[in-house]
Design a protein around this ligand. Structure first.
Ligand SMILES: O=P(O)(O)OC[C@H]1O[C@@H](O)[C@H](O)[C@@H](O)[C@@H]1O
Length: 341
């Protein structure tokens, strides 16, 4: 098994790379034309035990303080393994698939079997994430939260604007979890901010990220968007974050956290995110990914028979019908594996 702090490098050429640490399958770097897009604290700890402060930790099976186990669950402090890759696709993009499963330690905290599968694809100016949760049990249902805790690197957080939150309700963790409604067209940050925006749209644009550029966040099956910055007041609460670093980070986190996902035995849940730098090509719309909450084979057949046309008209295609494409192929493989259980 790889050492806790060892990494996998996806290299697309042109100084475009993505580095994933096996510890938590945490994406710790995404460079586009040599420009780092993600924030990692100078004080981050890489001891294979603590969560990594920055990059993109995976939050599962619980978001926030947890009476049974570590804050934000155990996935980000679990050793993951490679299922596939890194491998260059015919398009020139590079992919890798990571996985982790329950073990004695996870079961001592949360007594369920599970398998997480995390597929990453590095494109020219994009990073794709497809994450699946599978419940292999024959009789036990479990509930969970899932979130990609993305830390973007920014020159000055005060100058960032986040679109797509207008009109959404949010749970304000800085004000005793009171629920408000966002009245601003674009959200700016000028103080300690810790909010769970609910039922957010599939897309956010964040302005003034690296070199004054824009970042597009697209998500599917992640109904919530968490916006977090500890500001000067709370930075000192984190021993692995420098007190002067908060202006250089903004967390915009795609997740399923304000309500749990309930996963029946033998079923899987899949969600995805695409991060795109500026000057984005159109073909990477989220409807090219097709995460679905599969229930069982019968329902899947029903879905095939009854709902496919509707799904297609909604442009949220089901993978059963898709043209051969590596993304959909993976989903097909995933489904096949489920059906063969
Ligand atoms: O220190 P942690 O466990 O990485 O959490 C950092 C922050 O993560 C955010 O997602 C939460 O909304 C905050 O409440 C939390 O403080």
């Amino acid at each position: 098994m790889a050492a806790a702090t060892s990494v996998v490098l996806l290299d697309r050429g042109n100084n475009t790379t993505c580095t994933i640490n096996f510890h938590g399958a945490t994406v710790v770097s995404w460079r586009v034309n040599n420009q780092e897009q993600l924030f990692v604290s100078k004080a981050a700890i890489f001891d294979g035990k603590a969560p990594i402060r920055g990059g993109i930790p995976v939050v599962f099976p619980h978001f926030g303080p947890w009476s049974y186990g570590p804050n934000h669950g155990f996935a980000r402090v679990t050793q993951w393994a490679l299922e596939k890759g890194p491998e260059r696709l015919p398009s020139g993009d590079v992919e890798a698939i990571f996985y982790c499963t329950d073990n004695e330690w996870t079961r001592s905290i949360w007594n369920y079997q599970f398998r997480l599968t995390y597929r990453l694809i590095l494109r020219e100016k994009e990073l794709h994430f497809i994450i699946g949760v599978y419940n292999p049990s024959k009789d036990l249902t479990f509930s969970f939260n899932l979130l990609l805790h993305t830390y973007f690197k920014v020159p000055d957080v005060r100058r960032c604007q986040i679109t797509g939150l207008h009109g959404c309700t949010f749970i304000d963790k800085t004000r005793d979890m009171v629920i408000y409604q966002e009245g601003r067209e674009s959200v700016t940050i000028g103080e300690w901010t810790d909010r769970i925006y609910q039922n957010t749209p599939q897309e956010h644009i964040i302005t003034n990220v690296v070199s004054g550029r824009k970042m597009r966040v697209q998500k599917y099956n992640f109904p919530d968007t968490v916006v977090w910055n500890p500001w000067s007041d709370h930075s000192k609460d984190f021993s692995d974050l420098g007190e002067d670093e908060y202006p250089n980070m903004i967390c915009v986190e795609s997740g399923h956290v304000s309500s749990p996902v309930v996963l029946l035995p033998g079923t899987a849940f899949e969600a995805s995110q695409i991060l795109q730098g500026e000057a984005i090509r159109n073909h990477s719309k989220i409807n090219h990914l097709n995460p679905i909450l599969w229930t069982n084979q019968d329902q899947c057949q029903q879905l095939k028979r009854k709902k496919c046309n509707r799904q297609i008209s909604l442009k949220h295609k089901l993978f059963i019908l898709h043209e051969p494409d590596p993304i959909h192929q993976w989903s097909r493989d995933f489904l096949e594996a489920l059906m063969n259980q």
